[in-house]
Design a protein around this ligand. Structure first.
Ligand code: ATP
Ligand code: MG
Length: 468
């Protein structure tokens, strides 16, 4: 409970709403039906009275009233009673002597006629009997006469009242039934939502493998459960990746720190006296610290990329100039390999110059690392046959990459030969270079493909979109 507002379950709401709608409809229906019954009862009576009155008046006009011929003609419809009196109230004719007396009927006239009663008629109620009646004064053969017409609307008024009560009871009962049925049905329909809520409540960061059972029906709830499960899949994958990233990063940092600690122990013990130990210690500590710095730089870059905080300042640049510059600088420092820039066709690309350089260097540095001394490293750039891309190739004749590893090299922290460290004669590396290159490529719509054979060399081909 919220405290401020009462928390209603949807099933309760639906049940109440439908119950209320049904209730209103039933009330309306029974009201209309009841009204119809009353109208038809009164209407029928009025109709028969009027026919009888008309017939009698006709005979009065003709001068044939109350003769044998008159009675033979049966002017008064069955159910209608006619009484004729003179002005003193003396009863002259009575078609039904068992009918309530004129005075009785007159004494029991109801003041407020019901809506459905005719204006020309009076309504009297004697015990359970409702009587419709009308009085007409007329002159016949010089005598002033009073004609009294009667018609019973119902001899058992309580029946009508019972009927009303029954209808009302039926309405209330149907309402309650609808309320109950609505509650159970919506409860049943919405059960998956409750399961969903319960499952969602149980999902913790440590227990992300839970999934919501998807109902067999192909309705909105099944869709919701399915969507929810897919969302959890994605969250779990992202979370796992994050966790692996953190543990890999920590692992990578542990090695240089251990080495640095080892050397500082060595230095504190022998470094003061032994110049050789001193030099080696300082050099090693420096090298490890440099590696660590590079690793941290790369981690920061990827963290910024993940958080979409890595800013790129794209502009139109001449690819051939950029490539020539990178290659020239590399040639200046490179002593162990032959570095060569082959074809370098001009082409304008829309790119961030800083990260673009960084990407080219990542590939070239890999070539340096994974090509034995005396090997060749070369680059070439030319227009693709489609005219819309530049094909930038960065290649070496180094150790190459086995086919089965070619897909994995872009994964974070993945290194083909991760077991061999620098100290063991391997090459140092964090396995992050190509992940960064791939991110940069994605930001520039660049497609990377790789051609490599173990022992023969590696060639990375970058398809870079040209401006215009
Ligand atoms: P760093 O983060 O310092 O670059 P790294 O070079 O090991 O570390 P990546 O650049 O991502 O990491 O490369 C991943 C792996 O792919 C490398 O460890 C290496 O095994 C393989 N690799 C990449 N380029 C080449 C290449 N030109 N020749 C052979 N193997 C390569
Ligand atoms: Mg690398």
């Amino acid at each position: 409970m919220d405290g401020r507002t009462a928390k209603w379950r949807i099933s309760t709401k639906i049940a109440c709403l439908y119950g209320a709608i049904l209730f209103v409809m039933l009330c309306l229906m029974s009201f209309v039906t009841g009204l119809g019954i009353y109208f038809s009862y009164y209407n029928q009576a009025e109709h028969e009275m009027q026919i009888s009155i008309r017939n009698v008046l006709h005979h009065l006009d003709e001068g044939t009233a109350f003769t044998r011929e008159f009675w033979f003609d049966e002017p008064i419809l069955p159910g209608v009673v006619l009484r004729v009196t003179d002005m003193s109230g003396q009863l002259l004719i009575d078609t039904d002597s068992h009918y309530p007396a004129i005075d009785d009927v007159n004494a029991n006239v109801i003041k407020h006629k019901p809506l459905w009663a005719s204006d020309h008629m009076q309504v009297s109620k004697i015990h359970n009997m409702v009587i419709y009646h009308a009085k007409i004064d007329t002159v016949y053969h010089g005598d002033v006469l009073q004609l009294h017409f009667y018609r019973t609307i119902t001899a058992n008024e309580s029946f009508l009242r019972h009927l009303q009560l029954l209808v009302l009871l039926g309405t209330v009962l149907s309402f309650l039934l609808a309320l109950l049925a609505g509650y159970f049905m919506s409860n049943r329909i919405l059960r998956p939502i409750r399961t969903l809520t319960q499952t969602a409540r149980k999902i913790e960061v440590e227990r992300m493998d839970r999934r919501i059972p998807v109902p067999a029906s192909h309705d909105e709830l099944a869709e919701l459960a399915d969507t929810f499960n897919h969302m959890l899949d994605r969250l779990q994958a992202g979370f796992k990746q994050q966790q692996r990233f953190v543990s890999d990063a920590s692992h990578e940092l542990r090695t240089p720190v251990t080495v640095i600690l080892g050397y500082s122990d060595l230095l504190s013990r022998w470094g003061r006296t032994d110049k050789e130990v001193l030099d080696e210690g300082i050099a090693s500590i420096r090298s490890e610290a440099e590696d660590m710095q590079q690793l941290i730089e790369k981690l920061l870059f990827l963290a910024r990329a993940d958080q979409k905080r890595q800013v790129l300042h794209k502009e139109n640049i001449e690819l051939s100039e950029l490539l020539a510059d990178v290659m020239k600088k590399m040639q200046l420092v490179e002593k162990d390999h032959t570095v060569e820039l082959r074809e370098n066709e001009p082409g304008i690309i829309y790119a961030d110059p800083v990260t673009m350089r960084q990407m080219v260097r990542i590939f070239l540095q890999n070539s340096q690392k994974y090509t034995p001394k005396g090997g060749h490293i070369w680059a070439s750039s030319r227009r693709a046959p489609d005219g819309r891309h530049m094909l930038l190739e960065l290649a070496d004749d180094g150790i190459g990459i086995a086919k089965e590893n070619q897909e994995k090299i872009f994964e974070r922290f993945y290194r083909v030969d991760s077991s061999r460290t620098k100290a063991e004669g391997g090459v140092s590396g964090t396995g992050l270079g190509l992940s960064i290159a791939q991110w940069i490529a994605e930001q520039h719509d660049i497609r990377i493909s790789i051609e490599s054979d173990l022992g023969k060399g590696t060639k990375f081909i970058l398809e870079i979109p040209i401006v215009g």
